[in-house]
Design a protein around this ligand. Structure first.
Ligand code: FE
Length: 198
């Protein structure tokens, strides 16, 4: 154990450090304040799980669209008027069935199809989720409130830089009379990640 009697320089507050970084970026000809404003609007107004929920609800009610969504996800989102960034080269939709439950993660960091299912929740980025779900998915899901039957096979999909996933939950029973919009309202971000059922 060592002791250090040298007084530490005071640490600047987060606000002061943020100001310093913004000043440097502005000096490089960038516009950080405008970027943050634009990003914030995109994240909260456009990159929302309602996009994915709409795809799921449409697939539940339109067999031809379901076929397209499952076989060529990129074509399906184009058909629905949605977009993904150019580096998201593949969009793979994983259909839950009575026997198979899908769940997604990014073991490396936080990758998701964020324009379709929204930005990842904080827990999705935690090491605990990323490291555990690939080793003990059933236990992790149970810890998160989803207790799957023992006979249900769980498939865990690890997102990569160019391949993004979305889980297609099963349509709940007793929803025959609902419109596509009403069905979409049932589909949560957690269900699109696969840590919840509907
Ligand atoms: Fe990632």
């Amino acid at each position: 154990m060592t002791t250090d009697s040298t007084p530490h320089a005071p640490i600047a507050s987060i606000e002061q450090r943020l100001d310093a970084i913004q000043t440097v970026l502005q000096g490089q000809g960038m516009q950080p304040a405008e970027f943050i404003e634009t990003f914030d609007e995109l994240a909260h107004e456009h990159w929302v799980p309602a996009n994915g929920a709409g795809l799921v609800a449409r697939a539940w009610t339109d067999p031809a669209f379901k076929q397209l969504l499952l076989s060529n996800g990129m074509a399906a989102i184009r058909d629905a008027g949605l977009t993904m960034p150019p580096h998201h080269r593949h969009f793979v939709v994983l259909e839950n069935t009575d026997d198979i439950h899908n769940v997604i993660c990014c073991t490396l960091c936080s990758c998701t199809a964020f324009t379709i299912i929204g930005l990842p929740p904080d827990w999705y980025k935690d090491l605990a989720y990323r490291s555990r779900v690939v080793r003990e998915a059933r236990t992790v899901l149970r810890d998160m409130g989803l207790d799957l039957p023992a006979q249900t096979q769980i498939r865990v999909w690890d997102t990569t830089a160019d391949t993004r996933y979305m889980v297609m939950p099963q349509r709940p029973a007793g929803t025959n009379g609902l419109s596509v919009d009403q069905l979409a309202a049932l589909v949560s971000k957690d269900a699109l990640i696969g840590v919840a059922r509907i």
